[in-house]
Write a protein that binds this ligand. Sequence first.
Ligand code: FAD
Length: 531
Amino acid sequence: MNAEKKIHKTDFLVIGSGIAGLSFALKTAQHFKDSTITIITKNEKNECNTKYAQGGISTVWDKTVDSFEKHIEDTLIAGDGICDEEIVKMVVEDAPDRLQELIDWGTKFDKTKDGNYSLGREGGHSQDRILHHKDITGAEIERALIEQVEKKENITFLTYHYAIDLITEHQVKKLPIKRKEKITCFGAYVLDEKKSIVKTFSAKVTMLATGGNGQVYITTTNPVVATGDGIAMAYRAKAEISDVEFIQFHPTALFNPGEYPAFLISEAVRGEGAILRDYYGERFMKKYDDREELASRDIVARAIDNELKKSGTPHVYLDCTHLDYEAFKKHFPNITEKCMSLGIDVRKDYIPVSPAQHYICGGVNINKKAKTSLKNLYASGEVTRSGLHGANRLASNSLLEGLVFSHNACENLKKRFHKIKEPQNVPVWNDSGVVKNMEKILITHDRNEVKTIMSNYVGIVRSNERLLRAERRLRVLYEDNKRLYDHSELSTDLCELRNLITTAYLITQFSKNRKENRGGFYSADLIKKEL
Ligand SMILES: Cc1cc2nc3c(=O)[nH]c(=O)nc-3n(C[C@H](O)[C@H](O)[C@H](O)COP(=O)(O)OP(=O)(O)OC[C@H]3O[C@@H](n4cnc5c(N)ncnc54)[C@H](O)[C@@H]3O)c2cc1C
């Protein structure tokens, strides 16, 4: 591995090409016509959580039946008391404008026969308010955004470019820095995987839009790129992080052992009236919540987890047999086809489902302008803790979050970009003292170990003893990985492992510090105390 001696200068460095990164790049390119924007992404252009989103985006579209107040209330209820109300209000009220913009960029949402947008409903929503494109909304959004981005001459889009670390005073002044100090971000070190070289990108503004970290768990709906890189990079750069203990487990991933990532059976299916049944065919949600199948995700996921633990069975079922098949197939063609490919005919067969890690509610702290605690580092989307989700995200609010905060970042930069100076004295990557890593298998073993630790001890239901076990085991992994990282030639899988261990450790630490059960955090010890 060589470190390239040249510095790549760009005005805006965007890390990640999901909805948050692409919409930011597009807006910035439209406004700052004479500036250079570089998007780097670690895989194909569209490989990200956004691409897999099925249900859609929530917005108050039809004010004759819905209202901002209701959307705000639903979000606050899901967030279980710790949403930032001002942020929730801002996001909800901004949603129609951001959705209109997405439509203007060419995103196609489904319409009813009378030409109005077809609005779906998901768990936790009191109204039909989800704009969607069949059950492949995210793929449609990525298509439209990438098409627009490719038309912009001032955007350079680099695939298989992996951000290793953010550049701050730590590298520029070669000094250790403390978390509370004034720190500035000057860009990032980036591994060009195809050329096997580390490039240095210096940027006036860096946008962190690296998405989530589902890969810390064995069963997740997130694709393999979701390794928590942004949270770990920001943490190493001493940015403020919070709420990472709030992990959302989706109640209904298709139970199909050996399939990674787990295929999601969208919440919208329950919104259409699908019923949960235990392994033996009995309904059970009434025991847990009056809203039954439409209770928020944490409640439904815990209910299923409890049923599975009590019965020792591997999955429960989702029953769609009573629904209008033609309407179902039209709304959920992807799900219908997937089930059919496994011999599950939704007209007569129940769909086997179990919970899977789906979303991280916390992350890098941002304010309403999408600014992090580091100067000139903005962040947007799933990598952040914005205050919108609180302890639990309301379904279909996360694509929206990325749109709103990327917009706000651009609005803020319109006022201050001209004052930002070009970074000086940014050093190129130092690769002295490393040797080729011959034992790649160690990385695979360690990656599997992180997933096992997190799934066994830091899952849907946690406890003090489980968290202590996780902490001890993660420490050993951290030390082993540090040795490997310091002396080996860099590779994406080695860097990802480092980030997986860091985010796993952060989730564990934040869980240990949480003293009450809320939303996506649940400890068996705390419930005992409450009783
Ligand atoms: C199966 C599934 C269904 C979902 N359904 C919905 C839904 O219906 N509605 C909804 O609102 N939300 C849904 N979500 C959640 C939603 O998709 C995500 O929260 C949202 O897409 C996050 O967008 P993002 O731009 O922040 O991140 P992502 O879309 O995940 O993009 C992150 C980008 O960063 C890149 N990246 C990461 N690390 C690095 C690195 N080190 N260097 C370079 N590039 C890097 C990735 O390759 C990727 O391009 C769903 C999620 C999943 C997994």
